[in-house]
Design a protein around this ligand. Structure first.
Ligand code: GTR
Length: 328
């Protein structure tokens, strides 16, 4: 984590003119991981956070975002973040489900009625409690980002009802909850890292996967799975975490600067997200994806009851569910 004054690093330290860069180079470059490619809203949001952090710490710290899974697939990078090898990580809540039980709640199918509902919950005390839960696991939860809503796509046929899912093979994130979610609607789930999905669909190992518009587009999955059914079973937020080991090396003022910069990157991310969703939707449609829109979600919602029964057991989790459901 020592002084790495590469051009790339300097470029991330702020919108400085080239002449000013050398003078304002940051002392310590913190490393952040992201599975998505450069330009994706999460990647750009963490870059903007890095700029704010550099400003707030008089260029002591900046952040280099290792995008495109350069540091590994999400499950592995989570471990590296716990060990302090990676300083920051921007991940979906899904891969945390098997480790931190509180993260299962916003990962429950149809728990949120809309993105606005998710924002209200995650911006309030529900979100604060879930961020806090990371601490016991050598991580510091900093902020939630948007992940839109996730729906099924496949290479075989247009899925118009739950019955059409029967026996089909879908990739899910590495979370037991998502395996049960797919079984609940009649499909077969295969948990696997994001980076393996494209070739697995292409070679027929799986029939499809599930994700939001921007991921369906930027992963190229739309090229191999053209039927996209908007059942919107998940509105699972993404999370930005810091390694507790890296966090503990900071002074309390520096910790406050990290927290404030992370929070300030949230509205930036949300704005980029809305634009990216529209762009991705238009792109995949132009490329020939067939979008199945008029889905009756009622049977899907009803089918998820056993998933709630299996995962929402402790009082802490029951309480989180009722607080989320009580939000108007
Ligand atoms: C994306 C999410 C990634 C990753 C991916 C996946 O929507 O942004 O962090 O979790 O889904 O399905 O693995």
């Amino acid at each position: 984590m020592k002084v790495i004054k590469t051009i790339k690093t300097l470029a991330l330290c702020g919108a400085l003119s080239l002449g000013a860069v050398a003078a304002q180079a940051c002392e310590i470059t913190l490393r952040s991981s992201d599975t998505h490619a450069d330009g994706y809203p999460t990647v750009e949001a963490v870059k903007s956070m890095g700029k704010m952090l550099a400003e707030k710490t008089n260029n002591k710290f900046c952040i280099e975002v290792f995008h495109s899974a350069q540091l590994g697939q999400e499950k592995d990078t989570i471990e590296q973040t716990q060990f302090g090898v990676i300083d920051f990580n921007r991940v979906s809540l899904g891969p945390f489900n098997n480790i931190i039980e509180e993260t299962q709640i916003p990962s429950l199918p149809y728990i949120f009625r809309s993105v606005e509902h998710m924002h209200k919950a995650m911006d309030g005390d529900v979100g604060a409690q879930i961020l806090k839960a990371f601490e016991k696991h050598d991580l510091v939860g900093l902020a939630f980002y948007d992940g839109g809503s996730r729906s099924f796509y496949n290479s075989i046929k247009p899925i118009k009802s739950m019955a059409d899912l029967k026996g089909m093979k879908f990739r899910v994130m590495q979370s037991d909850l998502f395996v049960d979610m797919v079984s609940a609607v009649g499909g077969n789930a295969t948990p696997m890292p994001y980076g393996e999905v494209y070739s697995s669909i292409q070679t027929g190992v799986i029939d499809g996967a599930e994700n939001n518009w921007p991921s369906y587009d930027t992963s190229g999955h739309f090229e191999v799975a053209k039927y996209y059914t908007l059942d919107q079973h998940l509105i699972v937020p993404e999370v930005l975490v810091m390694s507790k080991k890296s966090w503990d090396k900071l002074s309390s003022d520096e910790q406050a600067a990290v927290k404030a910069s992370a929070k300030a990157s949230v509205p930036i991310m949300r704005k980029l997200w809305v634009a990216q969703e529209k762009k991705s939707e238009a792109k995949v449609i132009a490329a020939g994806s067939q979008i199945i829109k008029d889905i009756d979600k009622t049977p899907f919602i009803a089918a998820m009851k056993p998933v709630y029964k299996k995962y929402v057991k402790s009082d802490v989790l029951k309480d989180l569910v009722s607080r989320i459901q009580a939000i108007k």
